[in-house]
Design a protein around this ligand. Structure first.
Ligand code: SF4
Length: 381
């Protein structure tokens, strides 16, 4: 099997593995269990590791999550990455138990708004140095730093993401911290290809974590990721990958299986059929779920939305289904219809307009009503 030729990125050690500098491309995934449920999270971590995950990410939102992570660390040898949300200071509590800290530049401004983001990154770098951790600067289309967002046209998804990533790299350089990688994720495979190509051209030294965010359910979610990652990996771009799929917890290994298949296909020269993704057809994007999912009915709801909307398959409409109220509102911004789940209600919006919160029993008929209204709306031509 021919090897994939790779960009000359620098090595970044993450626990027992190294990414970049020609090391094998690491396939990773993330736990979707409640982090405080130590038994379930250890079981999922081990299942992912058993399937071939080189790194397993776990979200931490609270001190209780941080305490759970300590207990999880004691029961697994997996290379662990922590996903920080807004509360960047939790890094101090979790760093002793993990190998990598992922922060999102777009979330840093939420806490302590008077403090410049640069101070917050300095704090994270100090913590990482102190506890022998790598860092991922994880830029995401749905939660870009608002200060970057407002500098670009509304329809320019790439400019703010790229500038955000490059600014953070420049600061990490200035601080003398080299043990980091970057990710630039979008739910549109074409944007993922473009933004990562442009980043790699500017910073060929920085290892890249590749993925399509909110790719959705298989098989469409796998196809979207295949198309984006194949184009990048075949061009030598990418040092670690994640396939984000909306699947039940006991099926999370599908993310690793799909990631390994993508690598094997690239190495074998098999090209995915990009035409299979028709932009003129209904597009359902949904998050892969994580510990922040507030009602476990979310994955089932995403499947029900797919089934119920099948009659509109030839409509150029995007429906976004997200698992929580933290990221749901932002991550559904670009969709025609957006849903995000709370503990008892599902929030719905059409375009930018909130339509209210509906019970899990009410949401599908309401969604259908709005979908029909879009389909039947008079057009300008
Ligand atoms: S939208 Fe919420 S539940 Fe879904 S992956 Fe993102 S943070 Fe987790």
């Amino acid at each position: 099997m021919p090897l994939i030729s790779r960009n000359p990125t620098r090595p970044v050690q993450i626990g027992s593995i190294t990414i970049g500098a020609g090391h094998p491309i690491a396939v990773q995934s993330m736990c979707a269990t409640k982090t405080v449920d130590v038994d379930a999270t250890v079981a999922q971590t081990e299942a992912l590791r058993g399937a071939g995950a080189a790194i397993v990410r776990i979200a931490v939102d609270s001190r209780r999550d941080a305490e759970a992570l300590k207990a999880i660390r004691e029961r697994t040898d997996a290379n662990l990455s922590v996903d920080l949300q807004e509360n960047y200071r939790l890094a101090l509590d979790v760093a002793p138990w993990v190998d990598k800290i992922r922060y999102n530049p777009g979330h840093l401004y939420h806490h302590e708004r008077h403090r410049p983001w640069q101070d917050k990154v300095r704090f994270l770098v100090d913590v990482a140095n102190q506890h022998d951790c790598a860092i991922r600067v994880g830029v995401n289309c749905g939660s870009v730093d608002p200060a970057k967002r407002e500098k670009y046209a509304q329809d320019d998804a790439i400019g703010p993401m790229l500038e955000s990533a490059l600014d953070h790299c420049a600061l990490l350089d200035e601080l003398g911290f080299t043990r980091f990688c970057v990710s630039l994720k979008d739910s549109d495979p074409a944007e993922v290809i473009e933004v990562n190509r442009r980043f790699a051209a500017e910073r060929p030294d920085v290892p890249l974590h590749l993925g399509v965010t909110e790719a959705g359910m298989p098989p469409e979610g796998v196809l979207k990721t295949q198309i984006a990652l194949h184009a990048l990996l075949a061009a030598g771009i990418g040092d670690t990958i994640r396939v984000s799929l909306t699947v039940p917890n006991d099926q999370k290994h599908q993310e690793i299986d799909a990631g390994r298949k993508i690598l094997a296909d690239v190495a074998a020269g098999h090209t995915p059929n990009a035409q299979a993704l028709d932009p003129g057809r209904l597009n359902i994007i949904s998050c892969p779920s994580c510990s922040r999912v507030e009602n476990e009915a979310f994955v089932h709801l995403a499947a029900q939305v797919k089934e119920m909307t099948a009659y509109a398959a030839d409509q150029p409409i995007t429906i976004a289904v997200m698992g929580c109220r933290v990221n749901g509102p932002g991550e559904t911004d670009d969709a025609d219809l957006g849903l995000w789940c709370g503990p008892n209600y599902v929030n719905l919006k059409r375009g930018g307009n909130p339509l209210g919160a509906f019970s899990y029993g009410e949401i599908l008929p309401k969604l259908k009503e709005e979908l029909d209204a879009i389909i039947n709306a008079p057009t300008d031509n």
